[in-house]
Design a protein around this ligand. Structure first.
Ligand code: SOE
Length: 389
């Protein structure tokens, strides 16, 4: 059995998701392509690093991420830090010959993403961006329908990612509201998940026309980098500081294929929690997915008899992508963890089979070019081209 040693940087929410995936992957995908070994975890906050090592079962911890890069035993560098740190860590890891799993969005600008993409291309390491939702079996089934031509030529689509954790003005100013740390707000944090899924399903984006809004212009300052995702409420007398990223973004998309669509993302939509949806209309049928009902894919075909035409629901299970390795009965339930376990499996497999992981840093860079075009368009109030790579 092959073993791959993991060094994970950042000990917050995503570290938990990735650590569970490293532990769980071989239990689902047996025989595993390789067993990930949780060697070292890093966090600049020593308490977080120590606690992370204990909680997530890492052999050791450090407050200096460079210890992971310089450790010759480490095979994989897993980047779960705020977005502004991704570039420096990823480039150092690539130069040290480590494979990289990097949380999304890849970078805070397209220019940074380009440098990261070039670093991994010239070093030849495997590098994946953690856009996990495309790995939901129902999304993979949608891809299969599209590739088989079941819904014909894609005409148009709409995608959403709606949450409400930042709708409360008492929700503090974490790194997710500061441009220099995150790059953009709802767009980069959650909109890019939908961009990844739709780019994967309908193809390259050529042009966008966008609007963004910042509804809550100031938020209470929080100490430290840890991120409560709206759960910690500040006192009324806590000093505030400006928010300089979007709370909401909405844009039209013109695809290279001719298909046309809309995408919206907000973290201020009361009542919506992890409302990731897409609906794709083709010349011969339609597909609808809603992550809040992620075991289901709804499909409708023009060839169905007229008196039975309409959306029907398929519950994913063993016959579907990844299904044989997951649970033995359809609709037993795919969760966030399973999407991360599948992501881990595909990433480890790309290393052991020497194949290109997907979404790669190339895809991560392509998504940053789209985000840059969205922000340019929101400022110019005009259609903007997505720059070529
Ligand atoms: C916050 O909006 C967040 O944690 C995102 O950053 C994740 O990528 C998303 O999947 C869950 O919500």
């Amino acid at each position: 059995m092959k073993y791959l040693n993991v060094g994970l940087i950042g000990a917050g929410f995503m570290a938990k998701a990735h650590s569970i995936a490293y532990a769980g992957m071989p239990m689902f995908f047996w025989p595993a392509p390789a067993i990930p070994v949780k060697k070292m975890i890093a966090d600049i906050n020593e308490d977080a690093a120590r606690e992370g090592a204990a909680k997530f079962s890492f052999e050791s911890y450090t407050t200096n991420w460079k210890d992971i890069i310089e450790n010759p035993d480490i095979d994989i560098v897993d980047i779960c830090t705020p977005n502004n740190n991704h570039k420096e860590i990823a480039i150092a890891a690539a130069k040290a010959g480590k494979h990289i799993l990097c949380e999304k969005p890849l970078a805070i600008t397209a220019e940074e993403a380009r440098e990261m993409y070039e670093a991994v291309r010239s070093s030849g390491v495997k590098a994946m961006v953690a856009y996990n939702y495309r790995r939901t079996p129902a999304v993979q089934l949608a891809k299969k329908y599209i590739e088989e031509g079941a819904i014909g030529d894609i005409l148009d689509f709409r995608g959403t990612y709606l949450q409400d954790w930042s709708a409360d003005p008492a929700s503090p100013l974490s790194w997710r509201f500061q441009k220099k740390l995150c790059g953009s707000g709802a767009l980069g944090d959650i909109g890019t998940h939908v961009v990844d899924m739709l780019r994967y399903l309908v193809g390259d984006f050529l042009q966008v026309n966008a609007r963004t809004a910042t509804y809550i212009q100031k938020r209470p300052i929080q100490s430290g980098l840890s991120d409560s995702l709206g759960n910690a409420k500040a006192d009324l007398d806590t000093p505030t500081a400006p928010v300089d990223v979007d709370d909401q973004c909405c844009f039209m998309v013109q695809c290279a294929s001719g298909a046309f669509g809309t995408i919206e993302a907000t973290r201020n939509a009361w009542g919506r929690n992890n409302y990731i949806t897409f609906e794709i209309h083709g010349s011969k049928g339609s597909i609808y997915f809603n992550y809040e009902r992620r075991d289901e894919l709804q499909v409708c075909f023009s060839g169905d008899p007229g008196d039975r035409r309409g959306y029907r629901t398929i519950y994913t299970g063993p016959p579907h992508p990844y299904g044989e390795n997951l649970w033995p009965i359809p609709a037993l339930g795919i969760g966030y963890t399973e999407t991360k376990i599948i992501e881990c499996y595909d990433f480890i497999r790309s290393i052991t089979e020497d194949t290109q992981p997907s979404p790669s840093f190339y895809d991560g860079y392509a998504i940053e070019l789209i985000s840059d075009a969205v922000l340019r368009s929101a400022a110019s109030r005009k259609w903007e081209d997505v720059q070529k790579m």
